[in-house]
Design a protein around this ligand. Structure first.
Ligand SMILES: *Cc1c(COP(=O)(O)O)cnc(C)c1O
Length: 393
C-alpha cells in the first residue's frame, strides 16, 4: 500500500481538489508546475541555503536524558523549536515563497488563525520584498494581539474577516475570495498539509526536511537511520507529515499522531478529528472533519491555538483509516502537565501544541530499547500567557 499522494492527488479516498470553478486556473497552474519547479537545481540550492543560513537548519536531534530516564525508553527531540520564528512553519513558507517567485507572482496572501502561519508568511515576504496580505478572523485579531503586531512590524497588512464566527474558516473564505479576484499575480500560501491538491503534497515535501535530517542524525547517534517510533502532534498535520514522510514505507517504524482532545473527546469541546470526524470537504479537500449530522463544520476547541482545527490533512485521514498510524487524543490538562514536565526535566519550554506530542509518554508504554523521536514543533514563548493563567504562575 502507498501512503503517499497518487498522481490524481489522493491518499486512498482522501484529498483531491474540491474547489469553485473560478479557482481552477490558479490551482491547476500550481499543480502543473510544483514538481518541476521544486526539482530545478537553482530552486534546491536557494531553498537549502535559506534553510541553513536563515532558518538555522539542521535543527538538532537532542537526546533527552532525564526525560528518557523517567519514561524508561530512549527519547530524542527533533528541535524545530530552535528554528527562526520558533516553529516548523517557516520550512513551508520559505518553500512556497520560492515557488511563488518562480511563477512570477508579486503578491502573497494567507489566512491565519492563531497568527503563527501569518507571522511565518509575513517573515518570508519581508525576506523577498513581496506584498503580503493576511486574512484573520476579527475575533482572532483580538485574541492574538502580539502576532498581529509582529505581522504589522514585518510589513504585512492584516485584514479582518467579519463574517460568520469571525475565526479561521472565515479568514480562509476571504483568502479564497481574494485569490479568485487576483488569479494572475497572487500566490496563496496555505499553512498546513491541507487544502486542494497539490497543497498537501507540496507542504509535506517542504516539511519532509524534518525526517530527512532525523535519518542521518540518528545514523550518527545510534548507528541506524530508523527509529522505532516517530511522534508528532497534529493540527492540520504539517509538522507530522514532515516528521513521518521518510518513514511512511518503513514498516518497522511505528507512527504516532497526537490530536488535541481539549476538555475530553466526548465533552463537546475537542479537536480530536480522527475520533469525531466524518468524511467531508473542508478547505478544498476531502478528508475527515468534525461536522454536524447535516454537514455543518463544528467549532473545534483546544487550549492550543495551533491544534484548534476542525479537520485533518488528507494524508493523516488515510493513515488513520488504514491503521498505519496510531492516533492518540490528549486533553488540555495532560498536555499542560507534560509541557511543564519538559521545562523541569530538560530546561526546554515547549509550545503547547508540542506538549500534546510529549503527553503520549504518559499514555503509551515504550520498551527500554526503543528509540522514540518526538517532534518538538515549536517553542513556548508565544504560549506564556496561557501557561501563566493555567498554572497561576
Ligand atoms: C501551527 C503549529 C502546529 C500545528 O500545525 P501542523 O500543521 O499540524 O503542524 C503545531 N505546533 C506548532 C508549534 C505550531 O505553531
Amino acid at each position: 500500500m502507498s501512503y503517499n499522494v497518487n498522481e490524481k492527488g489522493y491518499y486512498g479516498e482522501f484529498g483531491g481538489a474540491y474547489i469553485p470553478e473560478m479557482l481552477y486556473p490558479n490551482v491547476e497552474e500550481l499543480r502543473q508546475q510544483y514538481l518541476k519547479i521544486t526539482a530545478e537545481p537553482d530552486f534546491i540550492k536557494e531553498f537549502d541555503q535559506l534553510l541553513k543560513d536563515y532558518v538555522g537548519r539542521p535543527s538538532p536531534l537532542y537526546f533527552a536524558k532525564r526525560l528518557s530516564e523517567k519514561y524508561e525508553t530512549k527519547i530524542y527531540l527533533k528541535r524545530e523549536d530552535l528554528n527562526h520564528t520558533g516553529a516548523h512553519k517557516i520550512n513551508n513558507t520559505i518553500g512556497q515563497i520560492l515557488v511563488a517567485k518562480k511563477l512570477g507572482k508579486k503578491r502573497i496572501i494567507a489566512e491565519t488563525g492563531a497568527g503563527q502561519h501569518g507571522v511565518a508568511t509575513a517573515t518570508v515576504c519581508a525576506l523577498m520584498g513581496l506584498e503580503c496580505i493576511v486574512y484573520m478572523g476579527e475575533i482572532d485579531i483580538e485574541r492574538q494581539a502580539p502576532n498581529v503586531a509582529r505581522m504589522k512590524m514585518l510589513g504585512a497588512s492584516v485584514r479582518p474577516a467579519l463574517s460568520g464566527s469571525r475565526t479561521l474558516k472565515d479568514a480562509t473564505n476571504e483568502a479564497i475570495r481574494d485569490w479568485i479576484n487576483n488569479p494572475v499575480d497572487t500566490h496563496y500560501i496555505i499553512g498546513s498539509a491541507i487544502g486542494p491538491h497539490p497543497y498537501p503534497d507540496m507542504v509535506t515535501r517542504f516539511q519532509s526536511i524534518i525526517s530527512e535530517e532525523i535519518k542521518w542524525q540518528l545514523q550518527e547517534k545510534e548507528g541506524r537511520e530508523n527509529p522505532d517510533f516517530v511522534v508528532a502532534c497534529i493540527g492540520g498535520g504539517s509538522n507530522a507529515a514532515g516528521t513521518f514522510y521518510h518513514f511512511l514505507d518503513q514498516d518497522q517504524v511505528g507512527i504516532i499522531a497526537v490530536e488535541a482532545a481539549g476538555k475530553g473527546v466526548n465533552s463537546g469541546h475537542s479537536a480530536a478529528t480522527s475520533k469525531l470526524g466524518k468524511v467531508g470537504i473542508i478547505h478544498g479537500c476531502k478528508t475527515l472533519l468534525m461536522q454536524t449530522p447535516d454537514g455543518q463544520i463544528t467549532e473545534p476547541y483546544s487550549i492550543s491555538a495551533g491544534l484548534d482545527y476542525p479537520g485533518v490533512g488528507p494524508m493523516h485521514a488515510h493513515l488513520a483509516q488504514t491503521g498505519r498510524a496510531e492516533f492518540y487524543s490528549v486533553t488540555d490538562d495532560d498536555a499542560m502537565e507534560s509541557g511543564l514536565e519538559l521545562c523541569q526535566l530538560e530546561g526546554i519550554i515547549p509550545a503547547i501544541e508540542s506538549s500534546h506530542a510529549l503527553a503520549v509518554l504518559k499514555e503509551r508504554k515504550f520498551k527500554p530499547t526503543d528509540v522514540v523521536v518526538i517532534c518538538l514543533s515549536g517553542r513556548g514563548d508565544k504560549d506564556l500567557n496561557t501557561y501563566i493563567d493555567y498554572f497561576k504562575l
